[in-house]
Design a protein around this ligand. Structure first.
Ligand SMILES: [Zn+2]
Ligand SMILES: [Zn+2]
Length: 428
């Protein structure tokens, strides 16, 4: 919910460059919407107190704010690149709606630990939409799926990805998911009967990535459509529509006429914004030809991004898919501002957007770096995955008998404490 401490208009008032350096904003009645919607001042109010909770910290603490019935919250859980880095995972956005639905758009490498840090039970995060099978958009889907038992998922994971449309079948999403389960067969097989493995259920939905404005999901008032993207074969972009709000998510794409036609005036437009050619050479050590290929024929460089935003005029734009640092953002910002002067956030991980018909509020989330799995929403049963897997005798032969008394004591202590009657046994 928006705070009721600051007048609503001031919520959308954002700092100018001078404001970022500490100049207090006094004009609370003025609706100032500038390009960088990141910072919002917290004016002194009568409700400030030296010994009571501060009424407004202007950050988002996950799990502490109820969504309004007409409100959408989007959390960046990956805004970076395939190259691993601590401060930015690869592409991933979590979308939460006021009707209780939650969606994940792309799950690039490193993104699951960001999602997990939000403390949302996995049973609520059962719908994942993948734009295309690059590692930086899909790698953590395997981690997310395969660690479901340890992280207390008790419902099937539902996933959507591209296929058909002339895409070669050995590259399709169904094939990829089939191979994913085969790749991790040892893990799912050996876990059986040791912990509850009901999480190991996968519902695979393939959508035709080549169709324009094609409905790929429709339920509970939410419609998700796909558009073809220009990024090899089998790549899509998404438009989520709910309750009169529209969010567009590009995945990876060159500017394209489908996006320009169908994302006009969306509430939140999240679009890739790559480095410039010179940045690709200096920061990634790309050769000149690699740099030009990557940022002009496969991805949207900042100038492409800006032109797309200028042509579609979203209410609020989000640029992502670049290493966002003190020395890179100014270059990208300068390139963008030569072409586009609408509101845009240069995304970093844990940036949060609250979207309503009144507008978009941008904050940063403050998350717990020491998280544990959220408690299960259903009772866990180890037998759910079938008979317990049995480690071969040849391996168990390595167990030192001297440890039997230690294991037996753990069991007797446990039984005394919990009123149970378990017995230690390596073999069933
Ligand atoms: Zn890609
Ligand atoms: Zn990408």
């Amino acid at each position: 919910m928006f705070t009721n401490i600051i007048p609503k208009k001031a919520i959308f008032a954002t700092l100018t460059a001078a404001g970022l350096f500490g100049v207090a904003m006094l004009t609370l009645d003025v609706d100032i919407r500038v390009k960088d919607a990141r910072a919002v001042t917290t004016p002194a109010t009568d409700e400030q107190s030296p010994d009571k909770p501060s009424p407004n910290r202007d950050v988002y603490y996950p799990g502490t704010e109820e969504l309004a019935a007409d409100e959408m919250r989007v959390i960046a859980c990956g805004t970076g690149m395939p190259m691993p880095r601590l401060k930015q995972a690869a592409a991933c956005f979590v979308i939460e709606l006021g009707n209780g639905d939650k969606f994940i758009f792309d799950m690039g490498n490193g993104s699951f630990e960001r999602i997990h840090a939000l403390g949302i039970p996995l049973d609520y995060l059962d719908k994942v939409f993948i734009t295309h099978p690059h590692m930086d958009h899909m790698a953590d889907l395997a981690t997310f799926y395969m660690t479901g038992p340890q992280n207390n998922r008790s419902v099937p994971l539902r996933v959507w990805g591209p296929g058909g449309g002339g895409m070669r079948s050995e590259w399709s999403f169904k094939t990829a998911m089939d191979h994913m389960e085969k790749m991790w067969a040892w893990m799912s097989g050996t876990l059986a009967g040791t912990i509850d493995t009901t999480a190991m259920k996968l519902e695979v939905n393939e959508y035709d990535w080549s169709k324009v404005n094609n409905v790929i999901y429709e339920d509970n008032g939410v419609v998700i459509r796909s558009l073809p993207a220009i990024h090899f074969e089998g790549t899509a972009s998404f438009i989520l529509e709910w309750n009169g709000l529209r969010l567009a998510f590009s995945g990876d794409s060159l500017p394209n006429k489908w996006w320009i036609e169908h994302t006009q005036g969306v509430d939140l437009s999240i679009h890739e914004c790559f480095f410039t050619p010179d940045m690709a050479m200096s920061k990634w050590s790309f050769s000149s030809q690699e740099a030009l290929n990557a940022v002009t024929t496969i991805h949207a460089n900042p100038s492409y991004f800006a032109k797309v935003m200028a042509m579609t005029k979203p209410k609020h734009a989000v640029a992502y898919h670049f290493q966002n640092d003190f020395d890179t953002q100014p270059i990208i910002r300068k390139a963008v501002e030569q072409i586009y002067d609408g509101p845009v956030d240069y995304a970093e991980d844990f940036m949060v957007w609250n979207v309503t018909k009144e507008g978009v509020r941008t904050r940063m989330a403050v998350v717990n770096p020491e998280g544990y799995p959220t408690p299960p929403l259903k009772e866990k049963k180890v037998e759910a995955g079938g008979d317990r897997y049995q480690t071969p005798d040849s391996v168990l032969a390595g167990w030192p008998e001297e440890l039997n008394p230690i294991a037996d004591k753990i069991y007797s202590d446990f039984n005394k404490e919990h009123g149970t009657d378990y017995k230690f046994q390596l073999k069933k």
